[in-house]
Design a protein around this ligand. Structure first.
Ligand code: HEC
Length: 137
């Protein structure tokens, strides 16, 4: 009868709380997971902020980094200036883009040219995006 109902509701609330906490833990425990990362939300804003002043349609190096064009211009596309793809899905170290952002010296100068380099967390986002398959999501 009625006395049992509040307990049931409490138990359900407790379970929901537990599930919520477990979800948060999963995100924190899998920084290399890639599945939580969205190209449009997490990566494109980096290009909008520091790159599209030079890399727009018809701009520098034939590389258009504006929203709606950037993914198709990067992934699996041979670089204009280097003997490698701009982004090799799954392999940051083989990607001109990552090399130029990390300043590894393999692909010319650091990007963004003349601007502050990406922060370590931003660089890690780009690495995760490429390592996770460079999805267009
Ligand atoms: C002030 C202008 C300028 C800005 C801002 C800039 N770039 Fe560049 N970028 C260049 C120039 C010039 C080149 C060609 C020379 C070279 O490869 O270093 C280039 C080349 C590149 C290449 C190689 C393209 C190819 O096909 O060879 C990539 C990748 C790149 N930039 C990415 C970026 C990213 C990502 C940003 C923002 C974080 C950025 N750039 C910001 C001027 C700029």
């Amino acid at each position: 009868m009625t006395p049992r109902r509040p307990l049931t509701i409490l138990a359900a609330a407790g379970l929901a709380l537990l599930v919520g906490c477990a979800d948060e833990g999963a995100v924190l425990l899998s920084p290399g997971g890639g599945d939580e990362l969205l190209y449009a939300r997490d990566i494109q804003p980096l290009w909008d902020r520091g790159c599209t002043g030079c890399h727009f349609a018809g701009g520098t190096a034939g590389l258009d980094l504006t929203a709606d064009s950037s993914h198709a211009a990067l992934v699996g596309v041979p670089a204009t200036g280097y003997a490698a793809d701009r982004v090799t899905a799954g392999d940051p170290d083989a990607s001109v883009l990552f090399g130029k952002l990390a300043g590894n010296g393999l692909y010319g100068g650091l990007m963004p040219e003349g601007g502050p380099a990406l922060s370590a967390p931003e660089l890690e986002l780009v690495r995760r995006w490429i390592a996770g398959g460079a999805l267009d999501n």
